[in-house]
Design a protein. Structure first.
Length: 489
């Protein structure tokens, strides 16, 4: 056979393999929205969310800035707005964190926990005027409920309260016990709230079948090439460690600097760190996530994802380019603070960079430290651990929960029941949540808010003009209703 014929045959075989694998790379499950309608008083629900936002339950880094009245006010509001809940469930308080127990009829079943937090982050001073509606107004305008906490996480808290309230009104009696927990200090680590709830459960030998906390949303238009909503149910959260990289040199007057100053040494080290990120790629959870999502992508992208044996390296490079997908693949490196000399004409002895790492479940705190030391290796560079935000030397990533469990299945079917054919995929939470505590007493810990959110809206999360679409909020309440009902029946 002539060489070009051989090449032609090989090419044809290869193309056939690539295309046929892509043709088989389709969404796994097709479920239609449940015809059973849940009828809610939409106006009342939306105004409840709006009212909850009006309490400025801000978590500050320092205790003395705290507005205790706002927290008390919020709790009184909950007890008055959800009286039925207070008649049927028992409440235990851990500081200002509220733990409710809805006793199930079958005590042999492991309970579940549905949770959120009602503290919020402050509004960045000076940005108040950029808000289209005042941040604690709870104004309902243009189809949105506006204000700090609309996404993070009063919609979660009020959504859960409304769902339980609805089920109680329907006379629903759970078989499996349900805990509801509403944290007051999630934004500053949850050490006096969720941590104590977890300790309490542990002390009483209560192991949860699973927990559902805030997390990702139903993402609208986030993933290139995917036209449907993507419900990323986070099954793990990243850890965090913060290191100081110190460049060292002789001090003295700036009129006679050495060839390399402490600042120059540090700059070299930081450049090396940015150019040598920790290893990352499609495996384990990241693989499960992108394998599910890519089944809804364009045919060209399907060819890539269905043929990872050939295009694996290309896909890794492609996903590493975008900050959001890169964060799913690896431990990220983020230099955030710099300091050196205190005067313009004085050479620093030390130039210090603070670098924050968000640790992927595949790495440990020690792995990060070792990696950094290896990369910046130089006798003029020192790597120091840093105790930031009470995490000690660092916080490991969480355990990875199962995406084949009953709990995950219930979340998936509730979301599909309300929203129809959306993409449901296991995801990785790149920020932290109270589940770092709850995960210790739960077989599986999930992190997901059942509200559709656009990319533009997401900028309000910890940012300016935080708001939630009122219709999305109502749909989310329905997911909570279906979930609690199914999971505890
Ligand atoms: Zn939050």
């Amino acid at each position: 056979m002539k060489p070009f014929k051989v090449v032609l045959i090989i090419t044809l075989v290869l193309l056939t393999v690539l295309v046929s694998r892509a043709l088989l790379h389709n969404p796994k499950l097709q479920v239609a929205a449940d015809p059973v309608e849940i009828s809610l008083d939409q106006q009342m629900l939306v105004s409840h969310l709006a009212e909850s936002i009006q309490f400025p339950t801000i978590s500050y880094e320092t205790v003395k800035s705290r507005n205790s009245q706002a927290f008390d006010g919020f709790q009184i509001w909950v007890s008055q707005t959800y009286q039925r809940l207070h008649q049927h469930l028992t409440l235990t308080k851990f500081n200002d964190t509220l733990l409710y127990l809805w006793q199930g009829s079958d005590t042999t079943l492991k309970p579940i926990l549905v949770t959120g937090h009602y503290d919020v982050v402050p509004v960045i001073p000076g940005t108040e005027k950029q808000w289209k509606q005042p941040p604690f107004s709870g104004n309902i305008e243009g189809g949105y409920v506006w204000g700090r906490g609309a996404l993070d996480d009063k919609s979660g808290v009020v959504g859960i309260l409304e769902a339980v309230n609805y089920l109680l009104a329907q006379g629903f009696q759970p078989k499996r016990s349900i805990y509801l927990s509403f944290g007051h200090d999630e934004e500053i680590g949850g050490h006096n709230g969720a941590a104590l709830v977890a300790e309490h459960l542990k002390r009483n030998q209560i192991q949860l079948a699973w927990s559902l906390d805030e997390g990702s949303f139903l993402l609208d238009g986030f993933i290139p090439g995917v036209n449907r909503l993507v419900a990323a149910v986070n099954v793990a959260e990243k850890g965090s460690t913060t290191l100081q990289i110190v460049g060292k040199a002789e001090g003295g007057h700036s009129s006679m600097p050495p060839n390399q100053t402490a600042v120059g040494v540090l700059a070299g080290a930081i450049t090396k760190l940015e150019n040598n990120p920790l290893h990352g790629g499609l495996e384990g959870l990241s693989l499960a996530m992108f394998d599910t999502i890519s089944r809804d992508m364009s045919f060209t992208l399907k060819i890539l994802f269905a043929n990872r044996w050939l295009f694996g390296g290309l896909i890794d490079r492609f996903l590493s380019q975008d900050p959001s997908t890169n964060a799913m693949l690896r431990t990220t490196t983020a230099p955030t603070m710099l300091s050196a000399s205190v005067k313009p004409n004085v050479l620093p002895i030390e130039a210090v960079a603070t670098v924050n790492f968000r640790i992927h479940p595949r790495d440990t705190v020690e792995d990060v430290f070792a990696h950094v030391k290896k990369i910046v290796q130089d006798d003029k560079v020192e790597v120091r651990s840093m105790n930031w935000a009470g995490f000690g030397l660092g916080q490991a990533a969480s355990r990875v929960s199962s995406w084949e469990s009953d709990g995950y299945g219930f979340i998936e079917s509730s979301v599909r029941g309300v929203f129809g054919n959306v993409v449901v995929a296991p995801g990785l939470m790149v920020a932290a949540s109270d589940s770092r505590h709850y995960g210790k007493v739960a077989d599986d810990a999930y992190r997901f808010n059942p509200f559709p959110v656009s990319k533009e809206q997401m900028t309000g999360f910890h940012g300016t003009n935080e708001r939630i679409n009122a219709k999305s909020f109502i749909m989310g309440v329905k997911v909570y209703i279906r979930l609690i009902e199914q999971a505890s029946s």
